[in-house]
Design a protein around this ligand. Structure first.
Ligand code: PHE
Length: 505
């Protein structure tokens, strides 16, 4: 069967931007900038983009597009055993989306309850931990399902299924909405925020440069990890999306647009978040350091609390509440379905099964696994698994991709392919990044995390949970990866050989 293709270039670029722009832009980026020297953080951030983010994005786009295969097939085309690296990235995506979808589920619950006023009338903390999560005493106590979360998650999976059902055809349409809507919604949040008293002091905290922070290596580690995560690298996603591009499509330009759009969305989020936090700190008379936070706490506790303080009565609170949770949902959903698509593409490439059926089954299996996070102890597991998969899954994938291309495939070959199809040509610096800089920096990051985790187990969870949700989970992934790469690889090799034969002719 002929491979699907994007209907037009816009669809591909928007899908890539949609994957990149997600929860990380709104709940991680602003806080990381604030914490790491404000405006001064732009220096490490852009250096990280130039030395690691953009080079790897170009690598992933070009490997997917050139081979017309997702990550496992594209990596196996270099050498069969490297298919494992592709599977590792795909399975990391598998794990991540099982809980990313649950966070989407919470957002749906909040969205619905913006209309009923539930979180507006109750204390936000009480609402989040008691009404929504119904949080149990610890990871050992799953305590049955939280029904609101369960319903939200089921709805999320149904949504994702309908978006992915017709592959590039349906995704190509949906991304116009899921990329443009959050941008529009962020504009509304920004306008509301910056016209509030205290907003400017909030923005000052966000961006005021403190150059002395640049001497702290933690700042640099944060810059690299943020760039890596925000561009959805090391997950097989950009391979999969690019594999549906015609072989002669521009690469460099698309990568640049993706990076620029994603960075812009991050800054817009920063302004909306810190403008609002500034107002909150002024009205409550507490220092910004007490309200500034990141992650789940920002999205589901602090920001809703700030919204409740807005002037203008219940109608304003409801409206801004709806807008905020719609922003979370539309920003996040295209990241979520890109993670699913990474899996679908990999399985269809490998087993040549019908794509529609694979889509359904991948989502059913993901849905079942995600049930763990809809239990009352789900938040603990989410926290543990997220930590390990982020620090080891993605990063290891990125290192190995760069090493394989840098040392076994030769970056020069890929660079000349990229340059033969792209408007902007990339120079030899790209080879250096792929061969040396990316692997070295990411390895430092990996070792740093590893030392951190063995000297102080993450989040003070008992060792058995670190093993179950962390190390054990990673080892299990490794086993599955090896199995997947062993069985029936003939298809892929054949595809690549004809592919090379075609090129040689
Ligand atoms: N890039 C997305 C974000 O910043 C998250 C993501 C990471 C999505 C990895 C897919 C893969 O939120």
């Amino acid at each position: 069967m002929e491979r699907q293709q994007w209907g037009n270039r816009g669809a591909f670029v928007l899908a890539a931007i949609g994957s990149a722009a997600g929860l990380g832009n709104i709940w991680r980026f602003p806080y990381i900038v604030y914490q790491n020297g404000g405006g001064a953080f732009l220096i490490p951030y852009f250096i990280a983009i130039l030395t690691a983010g953009l080079p790897l994005l170009i690598l992933e786009f070009s490997m997917g597009q050139k081979n017309q295969l997702g990550a496992p097939g594209a990596m196996a085309s270099v050498k069969k055993k490297f298919g494992k690296i592709g599977w590792w990235t795909v399975l990391s995506a598998f794990i991540i989306v099982t809980y990313y979808a649950v966070i989407m589920g919470w957002s749906i619950v909040y969205l619905v309850d913006s209309f009923t006023g539930t979180w507006i009338d109750t204390g936000v903390q009480e609402y989040f931990y008691e009404n929504v999560l119904q949080l149990s005493s610890g990871p050992g106590d799953l305590g049955g399902f939280s029904i609101p979360v369960l319903l939200g998650v089921i709805l999320t999976w149904i949504l994702i299924y309908f978006i992915l059902r017709k592959g590039t055809e349906s995704v190509g349409k949906v991304v116009w909405f899921t990329v443009l809507a959050p941008i529009g919604l962020l504009v509304v949040l920004i306008v509301r925020a910056v016209t509030l008293p205290g907003a400017m002091s909030g923005l000052n905290y966000f961006l005021q440069p403190d150059f002395s922070r640049l001497l702290d290596y933690h700042v640099w580690i944060d810059a690299y990890s943020q760039v890596f995560f925000t561009l959805s690298l090391g997950m097989g996603i950009m391979f999969a999306y690019a594999s549906y591009q015609p072989k002669d499509s521009d690469i460099t330009n698309n990568a640049l647009i993706t990076v620029l759009a994603n960075t812009s969305i991050s800054f817009m989020s920063g302004i909306a978040v810190f403008g609002t936090l500034g107002y909150m700190s002024v009205t409550q008379g507490v220092p910004i350091s007490e309200v500034a936070t990141s992650g789940i706490g920002l999205a589901f506790e602090v920001f809703p609390t700030a919204i409740k303080l807005l002037p203008g009565g219940p109608a304003v609170v409801t409206t801004i509440g709806v807008i905020f949770f719609l922003t979370l949902l539309t920003l996040g959903i295209d990241s979520a379905f890109s993670l699913v698509e990474s899996n679908i593409t990999a399985f269809v490439d490998k087993f040549k099964w019908d794509k529609r059926k694979v889509t359904l089954w991948v989502i059913v299996v993901l849905g079942i696994v995600s049930l763990l996070f809809t239990t009352k102890g789900g938040l603990y597991w989410l926290d543990i698994i997220d930590h390990y998969i982020n620090n080891y899954g993605l990063v290891l994938g990125g290192i190995l991709e760069a090493i394989v291309i840098g040392w076994y495939y030769y970056p020069e070959k890929l660079r000349s392919y990229v340059n033969s199809v792209s408007e902007y040509r990339i120079g030899k610096w790209w080879n250096t990044m792929i061969k040396y800089i990316v692997p070295i920096i990411l390895t430092i990051f990996l070792i740093y995390n590893f030392i951190g985790d063995i000297t102080k187990p993450y989040g003070d969870y008992a060792l058995r949970y670190q093993w179950l949700g962390g190390w054990g989970m990673l080892i299990a992934l490794l086993i599955v990866v090896t199995l997947l790469n062993k069985i029936g690889n003939r298809n892929i090799i054949e595809v690549t050989n004809t592919d090379q034969a075609l090129e040689e002719n």
